[in-house]
Design a protein around this ligand. Structure first.
Ligand SMILES: N[C@@H](CCC(=O)N[C@@H](CS)C(=O)NCC(=O)O)C(=O)O
Length: 232
């Protein structure tokens, strides 16, 4: 029985969630069969006996796991003979650090550019929920007011990406010669943006484009899906 992975999709069926994307890569890394179940924002709280509020959620036989870190740990524990996601506690700790950095410095900036695009690509029945929940976090601004002048945020995002460029100048993947979970975290962030963001984030000569191409080609082109261009 393949593992079932619930994933958030846009109206045009593109996989949206950066957290689901990292788990798709994790499943592929471990060579595990999986099937995806597309859901919209307002369906999530009704899944799996209404136990969870976010995706990714996986069902593996009788076991249900929510939260990308809990799922990654579960996969290494349940399938120890498959390639490990974390080869040591030290590697796992460093990747947790990378996850915090990428979330705070990169995904938050991506969000400040793409939040209205997420809304516009969400299923129609999900849009009022998405707007209300996100505007509640934006200190009284509408999504439109929040993204106003978003072009001016690109230099800051590109500046924040310098540590990734530096690491990738030394090796083809963040994980070194081979991709590791840090690559999957970051690829997921860019795949999220590519699913919905109508404004390219990177310059055409950005070295990150080479890594994105390598990363999207992994596991039979897992990340080569229809999307908006990430570079100008
Ligand atoms: N810490 C969680 C975060 C997951 C998360 O935030 N997922 C979003 C989609 S990207 C979600 O399901 N949101 C539901 C909502 O906003 O109602 C993880 O790593 O799995």
């Amino acid at each position: 029985m393949p593992i079932r992975l619930y994933e958030l999709v846009t109206t045009d069926a593109r996989a949206l969630s950066p957290f689901v994307w990292r788990i798709k890569y994790a499943l592929a890394h471990k060579g595990l069969d999986f099937e995806t179940v597309p859901v919209g924002f307002t369906e999530i709280p009704k899944l799996c006996g209404s136990r969870y509020k976010t995706v990714p959620i996986i069902e593996d036989g009788e076991t249900t796991v929510c939260d990308s870190w809990a799922i990654a740990d579960y996969l290494d524990e349940a399938y120890p003979d498959r390639p490990k996601l974390f080869s040591s506690p030290q590697e796992r700790a460093m990747i947790r650090f990378f996850d915090s950095w990428f979330g705070l410095e990169i995904m938050n900036r991506m969000f400040s550019i793409n939040v209205l695009d997420i809304h516009n690509h969400a299923r129609e029945e999900d849009q009022p929920y998405f707007r209300k929940s996100r505007e509640a976090r934006l200190g009284g601004k509408t999504l439109e007011q929040f993204i106003n002048g978003r072009e001016a945020r690109l230099p800051e995002l590109n500046h924040a990406l310098r540590p990734m460029r530096a690491a990738l100048a030394a090796s083809p993947f963040l994980g070194g010669h081979k991709p590791n979970y840090a690559d999957y975290i970051a690829l997921g962030g860019f795949l999220w943006t590519s699913a919905i963001c109508t404004m390219p984030l990177l310059a055409s000569d950005d070295k990150l484009n080479d890594w994105l191409e390598r990363g999207f080609s992994l596991y039979d082109n897992l990340g080569k899906v229809a999307g908006y261009p990430l570079s100008a």
